[in-house]
Design a protein around this ligand. Structure first.
Ligand SMILES: [Zn+2]
Length: 77
């Protein structure tokens, strides 16, 4: 008999759109991951391993994200 029902708490994780930096429930966002070819691809099921980038459904964000580049040219040493 645990106190499971604590009211209206929703267990939807909040994620931030990488473009506008607003926060949304995860299911309102699209997740992209970096493929082995260093290309951002849509992770439709949001289950792919590795780092993900979340983009909201705003048209401006989608357009900007199309030009979004992951900076992977960081030099070491
Ligand atoms: Zn956005």
């Amino acid at each position: 008999m645990a106190a499971e029902h604590l009211g209206e708490i929703q267990a939807v994780p909040i994620r931030m759109c990488v473009i506008c930096r607003k926060r949304f429930p995860k299911d309102k966002l699209r997740r992209y991951v970096l493929s082995s070819e260093q290309v951002l691809i849509l992770d439709a099921n949001k289950t792919k391993p590795g780092r993900g980038w979340y983009v909201c459904s705003d048209q401006h964000c989608e357009q900007k994200f199309a030009r979004f580049r992951v900076s992977h040219n960081v030099r070491r040493g």
